[in-house]
Design a protein around this ligand. Structure first.
Ligand code: ADP
Length: 255
């Protein structure tokens, strides 16, 4: 397999907080078009790994390559421009804006006009706003959120808010989408819908990496799973393979 089939490489990454090795020599690579699961007990370094990949944390050592380019010390903003989107464990929606506006925020960032156009070419601004609104509505429609477009997320059920957050991340047209515990707090039916949503996102050409505790979802969704424990990769492979790995079973005892 050629290097253009690999979208993400994490190479010997360490992240140390004072004395604590949150990531201790973590390496993994994700194939373009894959749905990869990241699992592991609490405190094993999963979110820290996402924070390093998305540029929020500078690794103590090692490198991160995204889309064939070294992105080790690149800012979150530039990574997002390069096609990386993510969601957070705790929702980070603008609770008082509407659902549509939350999606517009993500669209807007990728297409800013020059400041002179706001003054001298207001018709360009209006045309762009119409285009963006149509695009936002298409995203909402695609994910079954059209009926909530004018409502504030904070007034909506938690499961819908989760879906809005993922829709917003996808609206930025990423090549790689990182989802941090997307199923947390969802009921069985919502988890099933989430699974369909993630699969349809992947089928549209987006590579997905998700941190997830819901093993049913991981089993149903992920081609490969990377298991972290104590900041290290202790197993990797198909869900069935890692579930049968003694070191994995051991790591989960007492979690
Ligand atoms: P997980 O997501 O697997 O639950 P985390 O990546 O959140 O694990 O945390 C891994 C370890 O790193 C934990 O011991 C956690 O307390 C520590 N840690 C994470 N972020 C920070 C930080 N900003 N400062 C200090 N310690 C941190």
């Amino acid at each position: 397999s050629g290097s253009d089939e690999v979208i993400l490489i994490v190479d010997a990454v360490k992240k140390q907080f004072r004395g604590l090795k949150a990531l201790d020599d973590v390496s993994l690579s994700v194939a373009t078009g894959e749905i990869r699961g990241i699992v592991g007990p609490n405190g094993s370094g999963k979110t820290t790994l996402f924070n390093v990949i998305s540029g929020l944390y500078k690794p103590t050592a090692g490198r991160v390559e995204f889309g064939g380019r070294d992105m080790t010390n690149v800012t979150p903003y530039r990574l997002s421009r390069a096609g990386l989107s993510r969601t957070f464990q705790n929702l980070r929606l603008f609770g008082d804006l509407t659902v549509r506006e939350n999606v517009l925020v993500a669209l807007d960032r990728s297409r800013t006009l020059d400041s002179w156009q706001y003054v001298l070419a207001p018709w360009l601004v209006r045309a762009r706003d119409r285009r963006l609104r149509a695009e936002a509505d298409a995203v909402l429609e695609r994910f079954g959120l059209a009926e909530f477009a004018g409502q504030a997320p904070k007034a909506l059920p938690y499961g819908i808010q989760r879906r809005v957050e993922i829709a917003r991340a996808v609206a930025a047209r990423p090549r790689l989408l990182l989802l941090d515990e997307p199923a947390a707090g969802l009921n069985g039916e919502e988890v099933r819908q989430l699974g369909e949503m993630v699969r349809s996102i992947r089928d549209s050409g987006v590579t997905v990496v998700l941190i997830e505790h819901n093993m049913g979802l991981v089993m149903a969704l992920c081609e490969r799973v990377t298991v972290l424990a104590g900041g290290r990769v202790i197993a990797e492979g198909t869900p069935a393979h890692v579930a049968a790995t003694p070191a994995v079973i051991e790591a989960y005892l007492g979690d």
